[in-house]
Design a protein. Structure first.
Length: 285
């Protein structure tokens, strides 16, 4: 497990996405994704017996709640809310329950879920970072695949930098967001864009591949191979570009919070973030 200082810093980092103002891009507007990288530096296909935990050589689970973002879930350890399904997938499940009598910032926790990261086990500096996933649905449901600078325990957030590869808030079933955060452009000032499926399709209906191509002074986002934004230091209004250093990976499924709002009577539980594969490959240069 990471130090308590790092875990607190990691949880603070989710504040980054609360009020991201992002334009939506449809597949018809998207560009073709550039050629991806070739040498695999990290891969997890989540093969293993049903009910088993993730590879502890690659991932660790964070535990606790998140007062900073006013999320409602408690992130649990072990296989309580994150386990393999025996069919090559990791299932992160959010439930309306509290069997451990967990206490949250608002009192007795109402929900449980899971959050995993690779801090201290794997970091990347540049490359093609992608995950093939099927996201959950419903008001107040907030899945994310993202990265934080490994130096967050030393410099804090947002100086560490944050790269949000994919976030979805349940009230936007057809749209995902990609965002960067750093000093002078964090929280509601994060710089990003959205990608929207055509014809009212929902991301929860099928698996999709979410990726960034990350190089010195350039990050490009894509969904299913369709590029929908590119960011460079020129987008930062003179603020520092803090993405030329090691970052670690994070997968989580939050419930409630400032940005998605809380679940309501229309939200059904459990909800699942199903992860087929996470891969990092070296940059083509």
């Amino acid at each position: 497990m990471a130090s308590s200082r790092l875990l607190r810093s990691c949880l603070l980092a989710t504040l980054s996405a609360t009020l991201v103002a992002a334009a939506a891009v449809t597949p018809a507007q998207a560009e073709q994704k550039p050629e991806s990288a070739q040498a695999v530096t990290f891969s997890d296909t989540f093969d293993g017996p049903a009910g088993s935990g993730v590879d502890s050589g690659k991932w660790q689970l964070e535990t606790g709640d998140n007062v900073n973002n006013h999320e409602r879930q408690y992130y649990t350890p072990g296989t309580d809310n994150a386990k393999l399904d025996g069919q090559g997938n990791l299932v992160i499940e959010a439930r309306r329950e509290n069997p451990g009598n967990y206490q949250c910032w608002y009192g007795t926790c109402e929900y449980t879920s899971a959050r995993l990261n690779t801090s201290g086990k794997f970091t990347a500096t540049y490359g093609h970072v992608e995950a093939r996933m099927k996201i959950p649905r419903g008001q107040g449901i907030w899945p994310a695949f993202w990265m934080l600078g490994q130096d967050i325990g030393d410099v804090g957030w947002p100086n560490s930098g944050e790269i949000d590869i994919m976030e979805n808030v349940g009230f936007e079933p057809s749209t995902v967001h990609g965002t960067i955060h750093g000093p002078g452009y964090s929280g509601e000032g994060g710089i990003g864009a959205g990608y929207t499926l055509p014809n009212g399709e929902a991301f929860a209906d099928a698996f999709h591949t979410f990726a960034v191509d990350w190089a010195p002074d350039k990050i490009t986002w894509s969904v299913d191979g369709n590029v929908f934004q590119t960011r460079t230091p020129a987008d930062l209004n003179g603020n520092a570009w803090v993405f030329d250093k090691p970052f670690f990976l994070i997968l989580n499924l939050a419930v409630g919070g400032y940005w998605p709002g809380d679940p309501d009577g229309s939200t059904t539980f459990p909800q699942q973030l199903v992860v087929d594969e996470v891969t990092v490959t070296t940059s083509d240069g």
